[in-house]
Design a protein around this ligand. Structure first.
Ligand code: NAD
Length: 357
């Protein structure tokens, strides 16, 4: 690699002050993984492993950097003694998984001696983590049959539901979602569990996914209206709930969205957290910060490390309702975006921890 490229790589990693980035390569299993550790001030970095067919290696690196930074904010704001980290594996999760790949990946995680703890994310499952766990103890979100915390998605969805209700309370003075038109983007693990809560409450649920089979499964279980993957940005709705990948709120979609609230499970929903948060504020769309309202899954996997207790997980996750209201009120008081208000809250805890050491 020439020097100019090296410089730009370090600029990229240094832009948001990442501590460490590890590139993991194993030719025989085809493993190409990037582990990004953003900040370990509050504790070891924890974040899931995403498997995705990235358009380029740079896209994969940028995703790992953005996701790991969000994990730092997420752990801090929800009050866990954890830092922020995340890993991405470049590949098609429907075709490229193998025992050899997970074994080698587990060995790389082990080599970091606990500075990074992994779990499942988009494209990976508790079953994959079971294989990873044969090589390292620094893995959580293991199946319940192994004494693990199990799939974090139901807890993530529960937190998102509570954050959505708190946003409704702030905007409409009532947190009842009955009759509200709510568009859920992504009928995956989080989306499906969120749809369950919304359906139970009597919301009108609209849903999109890139895979027909996922939509068919959802339509069998719940009364939903299926919308197109592009059409979702143009429909009339009260709440947009992004539960697929990040960066769906960009300069194009932000002008098309006809909703009052954005509250979903996806990480990094704003393509640019400053520019697009400003645009949403100008348009009067209330944005519930993703790293706060989707923190329930992190609480669940964290509790595996600390002696798993489902009641404790639920109680801790329920903090999301009040925390969301605190953030929304603070943003209003200070005339800043909700993202800025949430980041300041998260950063304050990290700073306080530095001063206490
Ligand atoms: P998943 O892979 O189970 O589901 C994602 C779904 O989105 C899939 O069904 C996929 O086909 C669909 N999808 C992808 N691109 C799409 C598009 N353009 N339009 C519509 N659908 C699309 O993943 P998940 O575990 O449900 O996670 C969803 C999001 O929530 C991710 O951003 C993830 O990082 C975030 N998240 C998940 C958890 C968790 O506990 N699983 C915790 C925190 C954050």
């Amino acid at each position: 690699m020439v020097d100019a490229e090296m410089d730009s790589l370090f600029d990229l990693i240094g832009e948001n002050d990442h501590e460490q980035v590890v590139f993991c390569n194993d030719k025989s299993s085809g493993l190409k993984a990037i582990i990004a550790i953003h900040n370990t001030q509050l504790g070891p970095s924890l974040g899931g492993t995403r498997m995705w067919n990235y358009a380029s290696e740079r896209d994969a690196l940028v995703d790992a950097l953005r996701l790991s930074r969000s994990m730092t904010y997420k752990a801090s704001i929800i009050g866990l003694d954890l830092g922020g980290g995340k890993a991405v594996i470049i590949g098609d999760s429907r075709k490229d998984k193998s025992e050899a790949l997970w074994t080698r990946y587990g060995q790389f995680v082990e080599s970091l001696n606990g500075r990074y703890i992994t779990a499942e994310d988009v494209g990976t499952s508790t079953a994959d983590m079971e294989t990873v766990a044969k090589e390292t103890k620094h893995v959580t979100g293991l199946p319940e049959s192994m004494g693990g915390s199990g799939d974090p998605s139901p807890f993530t969805a529960y937190g998102v539901y509570l954050g959505m209700k708190a946003s409704a309370k702030k905007l409409w003075g009532d947190d009842n979602l009955s009759g509200k038109r709510i568009a859920v983007q992504g009928a995956g693990n989080v989306g499906r569990n969120l749809i369950k809560y919304l359906s139970e409450e009597g919301a009108v649920v609209l849903v999109s996914d890139i895979y027909e089979d996922k939509l068919e499964e959802i339509a069998k279980e719940f009364k939903v209206e299926i919308v197109g993957t592009e059409g979702i940005y143009d429909i009339d709705m009260d709440i947009y709930a992004p539960c697929a990948l990040g960066a769906t709120v960009d300069s194009d979609t932000v002008k098309r969205l006809k909703c009052s609230i954005i509250a979903g499970g996806a990480n990094n929903q704003l393509a640019d957290e400053n520019e697009h948060a400003d645009m949403l504020m100008e348009q009067g769309i209330l944005f519930a910060p993703d790293f706060l309202i989707n923190a329930g899954g992190l609480v669940n996997v964290y509790m595996q490390l600390d002696g798993y207790d489902k009641k404790k997980v639920m109680a801790h996750t329920e903090r999301i309702y009040d925390l969301t209201l605190d953030v929304l009120n603070k943003a209003e008081e200070d005339g800043i975006t909700t993202v800025m208000a949430a980041k300041r809250m998260a950063e304050a805890r990290i700073e306080a921890s530095k001063n206490n050491k």
